[in-house]
Design a protein around this ligand. Structure first.
Ligand code: WT7
Length: 673
């Protein structure tokens, strides 16, 4: 790692302004990094000292085996220690740090007239009450609780209540379909489901409870009746000032199972002794798309996740008292778990919790909120930046954005055009852009700049975070030095890395450790430039990244082939100006089926219902045949090129029938958008 010095290259030196930052310059970064790699035990012990441990660790800070050929893969952090994450992110601040009156969240609803603020002591009180409610509903240590809630404070209360009593939360993004929710409940065997009656997204009212009931019905059809109780929040936008329901939607109700949140919380005790957990007990499960179709339950554990989200938040956003942090992600994704719930709270930070969308009621909504709360650190996705770029500078010029100090990006590679707009228009040239590369599996940032220390190159996630040791391998698993391109892998664990795929350790080993024994394989391609900067080049497995969300091609293909008229389907990614990538689907139809508008609509609806609106195909193309190798394998590379209209096809000698390619190119323009 060297500071780039060549004049011909576009790079941004660290911004002077932040000389009192935690990591004030590049040399300090290098020293700390060296320490974290040469003496990880000492490095992480110092971090652990910030927290409360009911019992100290008996083992080292980190232990692991990454080599499948030498036995089971495992990662352990602070073996023998006992603690509680909820205690550490709330009680510790309120009781010991005098932060009780500090605002934990400014909540901003879908409509600007809906907002509230929650202090740390109020948060602790609500969390304890909720913890007692869950206990009363029968939840015990180790039980799973599914959470299907919009971005309202109750979502945070429920997550932390689970952490407090040692239950394992499984948050399901409230934009997912009944089918996706069902699949996740069945896998987790959750005993309680927490949801809301409904939610507005922009002007659209969504009946969440109805989706939940549909999901529970499907669970039963599959022989799963684990969910004994369904706790239902009355959404603030769906009640009158006095709290009564305003009847905007019909909430289906089953008296034996359903419980209103308000009624259960009323009179629930405000004290709840935390459950003291082992360092490696599970904290939560979060499902992420897998390349075989079925989502994987990524499991994170207590001590390591706490330390890692704490430290990445502190350094990557250079957190200081007085900051107002805003991550625009939904808590249904890992970004929200780590940088709305756990990381900020572990630091005693003040955050914005935003329920709405960037374009409602107007396209300046985000900037209006930045001005209102004097947001200092702002974290969003390239897809949101590209969307807002379309409206030009005018919506920003109406607001005072001078409070902003650090801008973050996450979810996919940020294209230099979007980076420059973010830097110059949103940040007015004053704010470093931290392009954070990480995954649901990594728990927190793994490649990232530090705002006051790292010279930036637009589009590069720059260097590894402390304790992280990346390397690049070629197809044969050989390590590549210097300037190189290949598979991005990690040689050793950091505290926040996932521990297993829930109830399927074999899948964990197969997915991440089998291809290159001894390394954690990210699934991303990566280039290292002459200065040692890392540049993510995109997924190298059968995964798509639509608006920063991973989708598996086979999951979408599975949904398409459920249609009685579809014989075979193949899905590939195709560049999209706002979403980054979008779905181009090739469908081979059964003899009697016609390719027409109504079929296309049916297929789109099917995918939405099976997976959720984010998976809606942009293009569906009729494919009388698919390009296959002689052994019958679909050549996705060729399909990707057809979708992009790229005729530079290279070697097609393994194709069984090369004529298919020309046919598909010719029909490409008829692909229904
Ligand atoms: C995949 C992980 C991490 C939270 C959001 C997504 C891509 C993520 C970047 C970035 C280039 C990125 C990778 C990764 N990705 N951040 N800064 N630059 N690519 O979590 O759903 O687990 O997806 O998102 O392809 O593997 P996820």
């Amino acid at each position: 790692m060297v500071v780039p010095d060549s004049q011909d290259e576009m790079y941004y030196p660290p911004i002077e302004l932040q000389r009192d930052a935690h990591v004030p310059d590049f040399n300090t970064y290098l020293e700390l990094y060296k320490k974290s790699i040469e003496n990880p035990d000492a490095f992480w012990k110092e971090v652990a000292d910030e927290f409360f441990w009911k019992k100290p660790a008996t083992g080292p800070m980190l232990q692991h085996n990454f080599d499948v050929t030498k036995g089971n893969v495992f990662i352990k952090c602070m073996e023998g220690a006992k603690t509680n994450v909820c205690y550490n992110v709330l009680d510790r601040h309120v009781k010991r740090g005098n932060l009780g009156e500090k605002v934990a969240y400014y909540w901003e609803g879908n409509c600007p007239d809906q907002h509230t603020e929650i202090t740390y002591s109020q948060l602790l009180c609500q969390v304890c009450k909720c913890a007692n409610v869950l206990k009363k509903l029968g939840v015990k240590k180790g039980d799973r609780v599914s959470i299907y809630l919009p971005m309202i404070p109750e979502l945070v209360y429920t997550m932390l209540a689970c952490a407090r009593i040692g239950a394992v939360h499984s948050v399901v993004f409230a934009g997912f379909s009944a089918e996706s929710l069902c699949e996740r409940i069945v896998d987790a065997q959750s005993c309680v489901l927490v949801t809301a009656d409904g939610v507005y997204r922009g002007e659209k009212l969504i009946n969440l409870k109805q989706i939940v009931d549909e999901a529970l019905e499907k669970c039963k059809e599959r022989g799963c009746s684990s969910v004994a109780k369904c706790l239902v929040v009355k959404h603030p936008a769906l009640r009158t000032k006095s709290g009564a329901s305003c009847n905007k939607l019909q909430t289906p109700w089953d008296g034996a199972c359903d419980v209103w949140w308000d009624e259960a919380m009323r009179g629930s005790p405000e004290q709840c002794e935390p459950e003291w957990m082992d360092s490696e007990d599970p904290l939560f499960i979060l499902y992420t798309s897998g390349s075989t179709g079925k989502p994987k339950g990524v499991l994170h554990t207590v001590a390591g996740y706490l330390l890692y989200t704490y430290l990445t938040f502190k350094y990557v956003f250079d957190h200081r008292h007085g900051d107002v942090f805003w991550c625009t992600a939904d808590i249904g994704w890992i970004t929200g778990h780590s940088y709305i719930t756990y990381g900020p709270l572990a630091n005693g930070a003040t955050s914005v919790l935003f329920e709405g969308i960037p374009t409602y009621p107007h396209v300046g909504r985000l900037w209006e909120i930045v001005q209102k709360h004097k947001v200092t650190k702002f974290y969003t996705a390239p897809t949101a930046i590209r969307l807002l770029m379309k409206y030009g500078r005018e919506p920003l010029q109406k607001y005072d954005l001078s409070s902003l100090q650090v801008l973050g990006s996450v979810g996919e590679p940020i294209n230099p055009e979007a980076w420059l707009w973010y830097h110059s228009v949103v940040g007015q040239g004053r704010c470093p852009v931290v392009d954070t590369f990480w995954q649901t599996e990594t728990g927190g940032h793994v490649l990232t700049p530090l705002p006051a220390a790292t010279p930036l190159k637009p589009g590069s996630a720059t260097f590894p975070f402390f304790g992280v040791e990346p390397t690049i391998l070629n197809e044969h698993g050989e390590e590549l030095e210097g300037e190189a391109e290949g598979y991005l892998v990690f040689r050793r664990p950091w505290p926040g890395i996932m521990r297993t795929v829930y109830k399927n350790h074999e899948r964990f080993e197969n997915t991440y450790f089998k291809k290159f024994p001894g390394f954690y394989v990210t699934g991303d391609g990566c280039r290292r430039d002459k200065d040692g900067y890392y540049w993510i080049t995109g997924r190298i497995d059968d995964m798509l990244n639509v608006s920063g969300h991973l989708l598996s091609t086979s999951e979408v293909e599975g949904a398409l082939t459920e249609h009685p008229g579809v014989a075979e389907a193949a899905v590939v990614g195709r560049p999209h100006a706002v979403k980054g990538e979008c779905l181009h689907c090739f469908v081979s139809l059964k003899g009697s089926t016609d390719f027409n508008y109504s079929l296309v609509q049916e297929l789109k609806t099917l995918v939405r219902e099976k997976i959720g609106p984010i998976a809606t195909p942009d293009f569906i193309q009729n494919a009388p045949a698919l390009p296959k190798t002689r052994s019958g394998k679909i050549m996705r590379r060729v399909l990707r090129q057809i979708a992009r209209n790229d005729r530079d096809l290279g070697d097609l000698s393994t194709l069984a029938d090369p004529k298919v390619v020309e046919l598909l190119f010719n029909q490409r323009n008829e692909a229904a958008a």
